[in-house]
Design a protein around this ligand. Structure first.
Ligand SMILES: [Zn+2]
Length: 552
């Protein structure tokens, strides 16, 4: 049986810090001669940090910290390198992305010919009749000036049903055999909340499907992953995230298989990224029956809020907007769930003290979700529900007011201006002044916590930094310059605010006594860097819980 002290320690309560003076715990490790940006207002900078039992014992001057060392303390000279708290990606899909990298064709390629070749090659190694799956296709990133078609996929793999999902995850492309497997023909009506897209000239199915039409194909494909696959996928994605300095990730569409995958990876010593797992709303009844609610778990794997989705995607230009897309006067995007559906599911979660996070990109979707949250709070007021607005892309003054008064947390895309710049024309420069609105959120006193949404967005924190500081895309176009924030502000949103979004601000997000020893060593100081080269700052080392998980 565990002793009480051990239990508290593993439960993350760090009872040791409360009962024993920290100075009496021997530091296991001291990092010194560093330029440590702590994100702790009481002590913004430090030269050295002492670590024991996976936590920070102290931060301060070289002299003061060296004095804590004993004969058993390991010391590392940082030689002036910059250290920041571990990055927290407040909205991403780690388990799902890991599985995709494990099993699917990575279609992040720059021409349709390359994509066809990659699909063809995978088909040649796949028994005829089995699905060939692709991911991370992006219609605006190929040189062809046209999207993928069913004919492309038929030519690439005539003997296989093919399903290639868009990087954004809200649209996909299928071939003739794919339609057949899913029992979709020219006469099949569009499903609720989804669309089988058609060629505008011929009226025939063109291979593209949108939003909830994907559910029909997912059913036909059938998840055939083994328990070991989930673990392998988690291991793979953790390596990728550790390499760029992410130490915690919020899974924004969790299901029970993912939870098990995270735990299996943890048991095997392969989990190097802490997970806050927001559960898909279809899982809520089971979770409630088991008596589980938000916060259940430990500092490695924690059950997060319940997740729903209200509208389409920014990168695929299906977000639900009050003003139409530029050049498409009748297109206002897609609403995915009705207000009643959101309320019905939301009430169950809210009454059982769950946090709720709802995907809402367009201003119309955000307005609808806020109405649901406001109603839930009116009917059953809770002191600190920390409602989340996932993405929360297009805002205005009245939405900002309501977000502030609810104490809700937006999790916007911080790297999109830089990475997805070519798509911004369809939103137009005026609207861009109110999109990914980090400046507005901070000015309104809203604790904004950005997320990559990987795979839809790249997850490199340095790219998010450059994008939010410069609001400039890869080609030098500026989008929504009013929303620029400073490097220091951007660092805070990606660390301390991320911790707040998961109720873990006492445990994470800054380098200070008692918090988990999660940190990143950078090749250069972002505060001294030219804002236009922030993305190039190398990540030298990543530490999680006092252990190097990258670059040691
Ligand atoms: Zn997402």
């Amino acid at each position: 049986m565990q002793s009480r002290r051990e239990f508290l320690r593993t439960a993350g309560a760090f009872a040791v810090s409360a009962s024993l003076p920290l100075d009496r715990i021997e530091p296991e490790l001291i990092l010194y001669n560093g330029n440590i940006i702590t994100i702790n207002d009481r002590q913004p900078r430090a030269e050295a940090v002492a670590i024991a039992k996976g936590r920070f014992l102290a931060a301060g001057t070289n002299e003061k910290l060296q004095a804590l060392a004993t004969g058993n303390t390991k010391k590392i000279n940082l030689e002036g390198q910059t250290v920041v708290p571990g990055f927290i990606d407040a909205h991403t899909h780690p388990a799902e992305a890991g599985l995709m990298h494990l099993r699917q064709v990575d279609c992040d390629l720059r021409s349709i010919a390359e994509i066809r070749n990659a699909i063809s090659e995978r088909a040649s190694k796949t028994p005829a009749g089995d699905w060939v799956l692709g991911f991370k296709y992006d219609d605006t990133k190929t040189s062809d000036g046209r999207p993928l078609t069913r004919e492309d996929l038929d030519a690439a793999a005539p003997q296989h049903p093919v399903y290639v999902s868009h990087r954004g995850g809200h649209t996909a492309y299928v071939n003739a055999l794919g339609y057949k497997r899913a029992n979709v023909s020219e006469d099949t009506p569009d499903p609720a909340g989804g669309r089988f897209d058609r060629d505008p000239k011929t009226g025939k199915l063109n291979g593209r499907i949108s939003e909830r039409a994907s559910e029909i194909f997912e059913k036909a494909i059938g998840a055939n992953y083994s328990r070991a696959d989930y673990r392998e996928g988690v291991k793979l994605i953790c390596k990728m995230m550790s390499r760029v300095g992410i130490t915690s990730a919020h899974d924004a569409w969790g299901v029970h298989d993912y939870l098990r995958g995270y735990q299996d990876a943890h048991d095997a010593g392969e989990l190097s990224t802490r997970i806050y797992c927001m559960m898909h709303y279809s899982e809520i009844d089971r979770m409630l029956a088991a008596g589980i609610r938000t916060g259940f778990g430990n500092e490695w794997i924690r059950v997060g809020g319940m997740k729903m989705a209200a509208d389409g995607s920014i990168s695929e230009r299906t977000a639900w907007l009050s003003q139409s897309y530029v050049g498409r006067p009748n297109d206002f995007g897609i609403r995915v769930m009705t207000e009643e559906e959101l309320y019905h599911n939301g009430r169950k979660a809210h009454e059982a003290d769950w946090q709720i996070g709802t995907h809402a990109n367009g201003d119309r979707a955000i307005d609808m979700v806020l109405r649901v949250y406001e109603r839930l709070q009116r009917e059953r007021p809770r002191r600190d529900p920390r409602f989340r607005l996932e993405h929360c892309t297009v805002v205005n003054d009245s939405l900002l007011q309501r977000i502030k008064s609810l104490g809700a947390i937006p999790t916007p895309f911080a790297a999109y201006v830089y990475y997805h710049g070519e798509k911004m024309r369809e939103y137009g420069p005026e609207r861009l002044d109110h999109m990914f609105a980090l400046r507005s959120f901070l000015d309104a006193g809203i604790r904004v916590a950005p997320g990559s949404d990987y795979p839809p967005g790249p997850f490199e924190p340095m790219m998010a930094l450059q994008s939010s500081v410069t609001r400039t895309d890869v080609n030098g176009n500026v989008w929504g310059p009013k929303q620029r924030i400073t490097v220091e502000e951007a660092l805070r949103t990606q660390t301390l605010h991320g911790a707040y979004a998961s109720f873990e601000e006492h445990d994470k997000g800054s380098i200070e006594r008692g918090k988990l020893a999660d940190l990143v060593v950078l090749g250069r100081d972002p505060l001294q860097e030219d804002p236009f080269t922030l993305v190039k700052i190398p990540i030298e080392r990543t530490m999680v819980g006092g252990r190097w998980v990258f670059g040691a």
